[in-house]
Design a protein around this ligand. Structure first.
Ligand SMILES: NC(=O)C1=CN([C@@H]2O[C@H](COP(=O)(O)OP(=O)(O)OC[C@H]3O[C@@H](n4cnc5c(N)ncnc54)[C@H](O)[C@@H]3O)[C@@H](O)[C@H]2O)C=CC1
Ligand SMILES: O=C(O)C(=O)COP(=O)(O)O
Length: 619
């Protein structure tokens, strides 16, 4: 089974311990070439922004606190810098200013944006700014979060963002009603020729017979894309007495039932509708979804509303369909190229009503969007997991709280295992086993943190939840996972995590399993991660501070000898545990220490005659 941090499906499921995952199976971490994202969380399923206090926070880059900030007057050097590149509501700006130095620079050219971005920790845009690969490359690794103050994220290069470990968040809920109301406004005004009649009267004419419209009541409306906006359009159209059908391969059937909408296939939707309203995101799959072939199947005289994205319609094909009498009218809020050129054939067409991408433009929606995006960006800058992350798993607060110590365990096991490798850089194959009594265990967060633990000590790059799978793939690191199902209480999410590194030499031969892999295993006890196995030796040491591992001849007095050297060297021992396979053979002693011992102290321990090998590991 292939797993990825960013599932290529249109709906990235939230990270959930009860979501469909793996059981007694193994898979390798892969990264999709084409990532498509869509968010369609009903409001009742909104995920909270929660503070993640794992060893490294999930999104923060190591230099976050130290990054120099903008030169704006009065700016604090400790605050991050947020560039707001398109108009944002005051309430959102106020919230941002509380936490960051905020620079509002609208109408930047692509070149100006690339120059400015090198000094920014976060960027907030609406639909007009193209946040392409060049922007991420120009940021020099400083940009941590891009906030899209709205829903559609087709103007942000998500693959590039992910590769650069930059979180992308959007504001998916605050403009839903505004967009739906605009859709209905276009539907009704198109049917009654309001825009054309208005222009005619203003030009001194009185053409009552020319602008006879069509009624909506009893007509069939096909909503394509039954997400947040589409379902609100459907609800309102029902109120106007329309017969509403919807096509959406991922739509929740219960929502359709509640609203009284019939879910149908695409063919049925477009061949039977009198009106078609578009509400899907622009993705490679929906690009030019309404093309010549689709128009060819439509009922003669169909009317089309587009408040989604211009790119979901083949605009040339629409123009031909309007001229050929297939499409009677169209009402367009969005265009492939925005703003469209003055002589755009559709803009100038008498059967077409146009607005300049106004779907989200109400006072209420803009205030709401501004607050929604400001909260998400501020949270992300603090290293919190965002509720509206578009290129990372969404993690419900309660799941995260439960997983927190396991996440910490995962990162520390990765960190320990890689430090045991002689040379480090040859790590290519990592096997992870999770023992759990939960039938469905979603391991994305754990895998990301193991990856972080393994990669960060050996490379000069940071790894976070956003780029973990990508970075692993880039480095040729194959992580296979298996989940061993235990009979027991599913109250505890995980019994243990085992991390094995194959085909490498070890600095500490006793860390090798019977099969020759470096093996470390851990458990969470009283919410604190513990190392419980090294190679074949059972130990029990809490994973705080750092660890000394030594193998010795199992004989009396060893604990005392090692302990007294550390005491003399003023190193505080937090935990000590000895594991052995059989009495009086060999034993492994795991010693937790609060501060790193001096090299000389380790040398002194190594010189104790019964000590056979020794390694110091930083957590
Ligand atoms: N004109 C404007 O100012 C605004 C435009 N929008 C556009 O509307 C789109 C939808 O917004 P929301 O409803 O909030 O998003 P949403 O994510 O809640 O809904 C989109 C729906 O489209 C569906 N979908 C995906 N592929 C499809 C396909 N091939 N055929 C049919 N349905 C498909 C998804 O399953 C989802 O249910 C946004 O992506 C954005 O591009 C949104 C707000 C304002
Ligand atoms: O939220 C969306 O997807 C929109 O299209 C709204 O775009 P805007 O923020 O008004 O540029």
């Amino acid at each position: 089974m292939a797993a990825s941090l960013n599932t290529p499906s249109l709906k990235t499921p939230p990270l959930s311990l009860s979501s469909k995952s793996l059981l007694r199976s193994s898979f390798s971490a892969t990264f999709p070439n084409n990532i498509r994202f869509s968010r369609s969380q009903p409001q009742s399923h909104r995920f909270l922004t929660v503070n993640a206090t794992a060893p490294g926070s999930f999104f923060k880059k190591p230099n976050a606190a130290a990054t120099p900030t903008s030169s704006s007057p009065g700016s604090s050097s400790k605050k991050p810098t947020v560039l707001v590149a398109e108009k944002l509501g005051e309430a959102g700006l106020a919230l941002l200013r509380h936490h960051a130095n905020v620079e509002c620079s609208y109408n930047l050219s692509p070149e100006e944006l690339r120059v400015k971005i090198a000094h920014c920790d976060a960027l907030i845009v609406r639909s007009a700014t193209k946040v392409n690969r060049a922007v991420f490359e120009s940021s020099g690794g400083r940009l941590k979060v891009v906030g899209r103050a709205g829903v559609g994220i087709d103007n942000v290069d998500l693959a590039a963002a992910t590769e650069h470990g930059c979180l992308v968040v959007n504001a998916p809920t605050a403009n839903t009603v505004a967009a739906a109301e605009h859709g209905i406004a276009l539907l009704t005004s198109m049917a009654r020729n309001v825009a054309q009649a208005d222009a005619s009267v203003k030009s001194g004419k009185w053409q009552r017979s020319k602008y006879v419209g069509v009624s909506l009541v009893g007509k069939r409306l096909a909503v394509l894309g039954f997400g947040k906006v589409g379902s609100e359009v459907a609800r309102r159209a029902k109120g106007l007495g329309m017969h509403v059908i919807a096509h959406d391969p991922y739509a929740p059937a219960d929502l359709a039932r509640v609203i009284g909408v019939e879910l149908v296939g695409l063919k049925e939707a477009i061949t039977t509708a009198d009106f078609i309203s578009l509400h899907m995101p622009l993705t490679p799959a929906t690009s030019k979804m309404l093309n010549a072939e689709a128009f060819g199947k439509m009922k003669k005289g169909v009317r089309i509303v587009n408040v989604a994205r211009g790119g979901v319609i083949d605009e040339d094909a629409l123009w031909r369909a309007l001229n050929g009498g297939i499409v009677a009218q169209a009402a367009l809020d969005v265009f492939t190229e925005e703003p469209p050129t003055k002589d755009n054939k559709l803009v100038q067409h008498e059967k077409v009503t146009v607005t300049p991408h106004l779907g989200a433009s109400t006072m209420e929606a803009q205030e709401g969007v501004a607050i929604e995006i400001a909260e998400a960006v501020v949270g992300a800058l603090k290293g919190e997991l965002a509720a509206t992350a578009v290129n990372a798993p969404m993690v419900p607060a309660e799941v995260l709280n439960e997983l927190k110590p396991y996440v910490e365990l995962a990162e520390k096991l990765g960190r320990l295992a890689v430090q045991l490798v002689a040379g480090g850089r040859g790590v290519k194959t990592v096997k992870v086993s999770y023992s759990s009594s939960r039938a469905d265990l979603d391991t994305r967060l754990l895998r990301a943190m193991i990856t972080k633990g393994i990669i960060e000590p050996i490379c000069n790059i940071y790894v976070n939840l956003v780029n973990a799978d990508y970075t692993a793939k880039q480095r040729g690191l194959r992580i296979t996972e298996e989940c061993i199902h235990l009979d027991g209480s599913p109250e505890c999410p995980l019994e243990s995590i085992k991390v094995q590194i194959a085909n490498v030499e070890s600095k500490f031969a006793s860390s090798k399993s019977e099969g020759g892999d470096i093996r470390v295993e851990g458990q969470v006890k009283y919410r604190i991660p513990h190392l419980t196995k090294v190679g074949s030796f059972e130990v029990d040491v809490s994973l705080e501070g750092s660890i000394i591992l030594c193998r010795q001849v199992d004989q009396p007095g060893m604990i005392g000898k090692v302990g007294s050297i550390l005491g003399e060297e003023n190193v505080n021992v937090s935990f000590m545990s000895v594991g052995r396979i059989a009495p009086r053979t060999h034993a492994v002693m795991a010693i937790g220490v609060d501060e790193p011992p001096r090299k000389e102290s380790l040398k002194r321990i190594g010189e104790i005659p019964a000590i056979e090998e020794l390694v110091f590991l930083k957590l």
